[in-house]
Design a protein around this ligand. Structure first.
Ligand SMILES: Nc1ncnc2c1ncn2[C@@H]1O[C@H](COP(=O)(O)OP(=O)(O)OP(=O)(O)O)[C@@H](O)[C@H]1O
Length: 310
C-alpha cells in the first residue's frame, strides 16, 4: 500500500466538506475521484498531500503518517506532488528556469534533455524565455504540470489538470502521463467533475457526493449499473422514466424499437457525427428522453427500454 487515508473529516464553518473519507491505493495504481463541484475533492487532495489539516482521520504514505501544515515547518511532502489551480510557480523566473529548478536531482548531462522533453510535451517552446507571471491560465497549468512531472514523484495528485488545455495539447499531455506512469510506476489520483474524463482515466473510480465516497467501482459498472439518476448522469446521458413512484433508468442507446411499447414523439433530431441524437417525449407521461440511433428516427415510434435500473 503506497497511500491510505482513514476516516478523513473536514469542516469549514458549519459545513462538512469531508465526512469520513477512507481510501487505499497500491503502488502504480490510478484512482479517479469524481463528483460535483464543491463536493470536497480539492480539499481531499490537499489533505492527502499534507497541505491542509484534516479535523480528524489519518493519512499514511508508505505506512508513515502524513501530517498537515500545522505540524510541519514546511507544508507538503517531497514525494507527493499536487497539481491544482494554485500552480505554485516561481513567478519571476522564466518558463525554462521554472522547469530547470525541478530537475536538479538528474545528472548534470541529463538535465537539458529532460527540460527539452517537458517543454516540447507541454507545447511551451515559444514561451521558454517568458516569466511565469506573464503566462495565461492554460500556459501556467502546462508549466505546473511540467514541474510536477520533472520531479518524478512517487504519487501524482492531479486536480482538474486539463481544464485549461486545448484538445490537442491535452491528448499529448495525457499520453505523456500514461507513459510516465508505466515508466516510473507512478501512482496517480486524479480528481474531476467530468465523469467521461474519469472513465477515460481509470478503471478504479470513486464517486463522491457531499463529502462522502458513495461508491468505488469500475467505469463499466458505473455506466451499466448506476445506483440512481444523480450518479448515473456523471457517466453519460441517462433517461429517467417515472412509474408508480419509482424511477427507471436507461441509457440513450439501450432500447429497441417495438410494435407495442412506450410511445414517443420525436421533438428534435441532431446529427452528432457518427450517430443521431433525438430529443423525444413520451405520450403517456410526457417525459423528455434522449435516444441515439444510427439514422434519423420516424416522428412517432414505440420503444422498449433496456433498463439499467428499475
Ligand atoms: N479554505 C476554505 N475556507 C472555507 N471554505 C472552503 C475552503 N476551501 C474550500 N471550502 C469550501 O469547501 C467546499 C468544498 O470545496 P472543494 O474545493 O474541496 O470542492 P471540489 O469538489 O474540489 O470543487 P471543485 O470541483 O469546484 O474544485 C466548498 O463549498 C468550498 O467553498
Amino acid at each position: 500500500m503506497i497511500l491510505s487515508a482513514r476516516n478523513i473529516t473536514k469542516k469549514y464553518a458549519d459545513k462538512w466538506v469531508l465526512d469520513g473519507v477512507t481510501l487505499e491505493l497500491h503502488e502504480g495504481g490510478t484512482l479517479v475521484v469524481v463528483g460535483r463541484s464543491g463536493g470536497g475533492k480539492s480539499t481531499l487532495l490537499k489533505i492527502l498531500a499534507g497541505l491542509e489539516d484534516a479535523d480528524d482521520g489519518e493519512v499514511f504514505f508508505h505506512g508513515k503518517r502524513v501530517v498537515g501544515p500545522s505540524l510541519r515547518l514546511v507544508a507538503g511532502h517531497p514525494e507527493i506532488k499536487l497539481v491544482n489551480q494554485d500552480f505554485a510557480l516561481d513567478k519571476y523566473h522564466t518558463v525554462e528556469e521554472n522547469i530547470r529548478l525541478k530537475v536538479l536531482h538528474y545528472q548534470t548531462g541529463d538535465r537539458d534533455e529532460i527540460v527539452e522533453e517537458l517543454i516540447t510535451v507541454m507545447g511551451l517552446e515559444s514561451l521558454r524565455k517568458k516569466q511565469a507571471y506573464l503566462l495565461s491560465g492554460g500556459e501556467q497549468q502546462r508549466l505546473a504540470l511540467a514541474r510536477a512531472l520533472a520531479n518524478e514523484p512517487d504519487i501524482l495528485l492531479l486536480d482538474e489538470p486539463f481544464v485549461h488545455l486545448d484538445p490537442l495539447t491535452r491528448r499529448r499531455v495525457e499520453l505523456y502521463i500514461h507513459e510516465m506512469r508505466s515508466r516510473w510506476n507512478t501512482t496517480i489520483i486524479l480528481v474531476t467533475h467530468d465523469g467521461k474524463e474519469a472513465m477515460a482515466w481509470g478503471d478504479h473510480i470513486a464517486y463522491m457526493e457531499d463529502g462522502v465516497i458513495k461508491r468505488v467501482d469500475s467505469a463499466v459498472n458505473f455506466y451499466i449499473h448506476p445506483t440512481n439518476s444523480k450518479e448515473a448522469q456523471f457517466f453519460g446521458e441517462i433517461n429517467v422514466i417515472h412509474s408508480n413512484g419509482r424511477e427507471r433508468l436507461f441509457r440513450p442507446d439501450a432500447y429497441s424499437i417495438v410494435a407495442d411499447g412506450v410511445e414517443v414523439k420525436v421533438l428534435k433530431t441532431a446529427f452528432q457525427g457518427g450517430y443521431f441524437s433525438h430529443l423525444v417525449r413520451t405520450t403517456a407521461s410526457e417525459e423528455e428522453l434522449v435516444l441515439y440511433a444510427s439514422s434519423p428516427l420516424p416522428q412517432k415510434l414505440m420503444i422498449e427500454p433496456d433498463y439499467a435500473k428499475e
